[in-house]
Design a protein around this ligand. Structure first.
Ligand code: SF4
Length: 364
């Protein structure tokens, strides 16, 4: 399997809906996908839809990030007209405001659902709070889509375990230089999980891991990527063209939510809560700077990364607030860093390529 063999989002949605399948649009970042699968609902994650921002601009301040802007644009352009619900996880103030704007002031095409994650430092009540939020969401999903069939949640957790294992394997093989795939291919394949049901995605991922497993020959500087998304697309292509090797990442949309401890056996809600509380540190989950810095240093050490490229979405407050201290701490640890402020779907262009090339040469 190569990325070109992955069905596109629109192709897959068309097929899914053509078979009578139910869909829920989901805004970033972390949400209990297992609950949606259990209700036989396909989560359609909305990270960086490619619309030209036009209508959304009139509803948002100019300092709102492009993830929120593009998501609202998709909604206003009719891209969510056929979904059964829209889920807003409590990720950051901007998404929280978007949820209020959509639910209270616009006429959304489907009911809005809200999911409140507990924020770190996690107190003793965080586990029971998360379980209560899962139960509340489960009830809301039942009202909209009908109750989950008997045993469906356990089956969904099994899919989740298989995916957790495959994601972990993909990251470990890449870090060990055992994956013959550049950054563009790696992220194109892993982003398939944003819209493919695991029933279809797991076999594709397994086949790709099998095919791509081989010793990597690249000799360029080894990098760790941090920030929000693995993009814009020309950024990944530029890294590949320059021979720069992304060994690991600390991206909100990728390893910070894909490298989760697989849910254990036992009560499914309790297992999902334990899994959530043990996820990697993240600015949107309230993790401390000390935790985040220690995590970045660990990823760099274990993957052999020589420096860090921060690809931060403009106006992303959770990430930008942490940045100065993280860079200072990394520098003290002998890890140089480079910051690119990006808009999703807007090319980074030649200037970024020149800066990346110079950064790579400095590391080599
Ligand atoms: S890019 Fe940052 S500010 Fe925008 S939705 Fe994501 S976390 Fe929130």
């Amino acid at each position: 399997m190569s990325p070109s063999q992955l069905p596109t989002r629109s192709e897959y949605l068309k097929t899914w809906r053509g078979g009578g399948g139910k869909v829920c649009a989901v805004f970033p970042a972390q949400y209990p996908k297992e609950l949606l699968w259990a209700h036989e609902v396909l989560p359609m994650e909305v990270w960086d839809p490619p619309q030209e921002p036009a209508r959304a601009t009139g509803h948002l301040q100019p300092y709102i990030c492009s993830v929120v802007r593009q998501g609202l644009e998709l909604l206003l352009a009719g891209g969510m007209d056929e979904v059964g619900a829209i889920l807003f996880p409590h990720t950051c103030d901007s998404l929280q405001n978007l949820a209020s704007l959509v639910a209270d002031y616009l006429e959304p095409p489907a009911p809005s659902l809200f999911f409140y994650n507990p924020k770190a430092p996690f107190a003793a009540a965080a586990q029971s709070f998360y379980v209560a939020r899962l139960q509340a969401l489960d009830e809301e999903l039942s009202l909209i889509f009908g109750p989950a069939p008997e045993g469906a949640l356990e089956e969904a957790l099994e899919w989740s375990r298989r995916l957790a294992g495959l994601y972990a394997r993909a990251y470990a093989r890449r870090a060990a230089g055992e994956l013959k795939a550049g950054a563009a291919e790696f992220y194109a394949v892993l982003r398939g999980g944003e819209y493919l049901h695991p029933r279809d995605y797991v076999p594709l991922l397994e086949a790709w891991l099998e095919r791509a497993s081989a010793t990597e020959q690249g000799r360029g500087a080894a990098l760790l990527m941090s920030g929000v998304l693995p993009g814009p697309p020309d950024l990944l292509e530029t890294l590949d063209d320059l021979g720069l090797r992304v060994m690991h990442d600390d991206l909100i949309s990728m390893s910070r939510r894909l490298l989760y401890p697989p849910p254990e056996a036992g009560d499914p809600y309790e297992a999902l809560a334990r899994s959530f509380l043990a996820m990697p540190p993240c600015s949107t989950r309230g993790s401390s700077l000390a935790e985040r810095l220690a995590w970045l240093k660990k990823l760099a050490r274990e993957s052999g990364a020589q420096g860090v490229v921060f690809s931060v979405v403009k106006f992303c407050e959770p990430e930008l607030f942490d940045l100065p201290e993280l860079r200072r701490g990394l520098k003290q640890a002998g890890l140089p860093s480079l910051v690119l402020e990006v808009d999703v779907n807007q090319e980074v262009g030649g200037q970024a390529a020149t800066r990346l090339e110079a950064f790579g040469e400095m590391l080599s």
